[in-house]
Design a protein around this ligand. Sequence first.
Ligand code: BG6
Length: 511
Amino acid sequence: MSQMQPFSTGTDAGAPPAGPCVLVIFGATGDLTKRKLIPALYNLLKGGLLPKEFAVVGLGATEIDTPHFRDRIAAEMQKFATVPVEPAEWDWLAQRIYYLAGDFDSPPLYDRLRELLPKVDSECGTQGNYLFYLATNPSLFCAVVQRLGAAGLVDQNNGQWRRVIIEKPFGHDLESARKLNLDIRKVLEEKQIYRIDHYLGKETVQNLMVFRFGNGIFEPIWNRRYIDHIQITVSEVVGVEQRGRYYEEAGALRDMVANHIFQLLALATMEPPISFDADAVRDEKAKVLRAIQPMSSEEVLAKAVRGQYGPGVLDGQTLPGYRSEFQVSPNSPVETFVALKLSIDNWRWAEVPFYIRAGKRMPKHSTEIAVQFKRAPFQLFRGTHVGRLGSNRLIIRIQPDEGISLQFGAKIPGSSVRIGPVAMDFDYAEYFGNKPNTGYETMLYDSMQGDLTLFNRFDGVEISWSVLTPILDVWSVLPARNFPNYAAGSWGPREAEELMARDGRKWREQE
Ligand code: BG6
């Protein structure tokens, strides 16, 4: 496709720096902080989006002091920064980083935090605005919020704001998510709660809304009259790595579907919101998620497939099975792959199936939404090769190789009518240039700015769990007997292919 002159957006051209604040990280010695949060803050600084009046207070169980903590994260930045680290900029940020060691579930830490924060305010000009980031074990979310409340740290007075970012997983089923919502909403107002899903920080995910609602040509065909079905694939090459303990409690359905995939599904299928105001967008997302038909027990058996990887070979490398991974039970019943057929019960999507799959240890790292359109009537081309032509497809590549491609048929030059599949391709990096980021920049910036649009509201979380809980219930009473049922490095169990084949369809082959 011929493209307009590529242009660079620069670094968030036009966006102002966030307002003064302190980011208080619970879990500051953990993985998320070193891999994502600190590199993301550095990227915000480089992009001119971090306020001058800014500070970080890290909280962790490890008994170290602030200078040691600064040294430690400086060393980690060498490994995890997504752009070269410039000493002057890094020093500026490092000088604004503080550390407190203590137990997240006992009052003394909160007393010390309450003493430290005003000092930070006066040293860094942060004006009493605090953003608490709960990057802890999920079992502590509720306790931390309650203790923050008891210490008076989330009271918003004199124009000072207090917000809390809560990492995933938010609950492990409908009941626990409801309880967590109920408990934290006794302490916080809904607009102080930022339930994060880092998929919504990905440019291509945000672009879904622009693609659908900022262009006039797609919306008229975005419905059951033109779309045959939609597939969402999130395939990862990695296994569970060092996260066996967490994953044994979670499994693929909770880890990927309850949040990331449902967010993709909601953005791909929701009605146009009346504005880009946070609640207008979240209303529409909740509405469409509510229209997903929960499965009966019989339907779970027919429409939900689970898999677990066994040993296998990928790129010549022999890989262990899930049951031999670190901190995983040798007869674990936990799924590392899931495929579902879902229906959305509303006017726009009646009769359109949605096939979603997510798995670890697959042959390719790829997240994409594939929209398959209905075939054209082909009487016109009878007697030619056109009958064999595939349907038109729109592929939205979320990662890697972010972009969008539209596949259609074109006449192969020559005297007979032969049609070949071609694609119009938009490649993010080619068009806008590469902008290395961690995926957390937007989420951090938006929360500092008080923009809740990309964060989950309590009802969205509960609706997702109410769709998935019937599946979890059936799976827990009927543990899979055939695990492991796919080899590491393959596209998942045979049953996932059969799920599609029964409907005369196939998963899109990934090139
Ligand atoms: C996390 C899951 O939320 O998302 C991980 O817990 C998964 O299991 C990860 O690997 C995938 O995120 P990304 O951004 O690498 O696609």
